[in-house]
Write a protein that binds this ligand. Structure first.
Ligand code: ZN
Ligand code: ZN
Ligand code: ZN
Ligand code: ZN
Length: 118
């Protein structure tokens, strides 16, 4: 049986159509956008998540541009996720998340000051 490959919308890496995770950029929604707080599927034209009401456009902490809340800034490409600070989890989380979407615990992670220069 043939499996189809589809590009990850975040990084362009070709993935199995059934993939739940991008093996290249670690996005948990490789073929569509998802709300960073509740993982509800969202589209780029949504201003807020229809499920939890979270605003989906944020100011990038690096370039100060307005970007959709997704794993990388649409303008400068810098990562907007941090690993969950709970050691047994470490799932990538959107930097504004107060709670991990994978383990449900509080997180204290901070974005690196300038990831490009490290
Ligand atoms: Zn990817
Ligand atoms: Zn949501
Ligand atoms: Zn940016
Ligand atoms: Zn976690």
């Amino acid at each position: 049986m043939a499996t189809y490959k589809l590009p990850c919308i975040h990084c362009g890496h070709l993935l199995d159509e059934a993939a739940k995770l991008c093996s290249n950029c670690a996005s948990s929604s490789p073929f569509g956008y998802a709300c960073p707080a509740c993982k509800n599927p969202v589209v780029l034209t949504d201003a807020i998540c229809s499920d939890c009401g979270r605003g989906l456009y944020i100011g990038c902490p690096y370039c100060q541009g307005r970007t959709f809340a997704q794993p990388h800034c649409q303008l400068c490409g810098r990562p907007l996720t941090v690993g969950c600070t709970n050691k047994r989890c470490s799932a990538p989380q959107f930097f504004e998340n107060k709670r991990c979407t994978a383990c449900g615990k509080k997180i204290k992670a901070k974005l690196a000051a300038n990831p490009k220069e490290r």
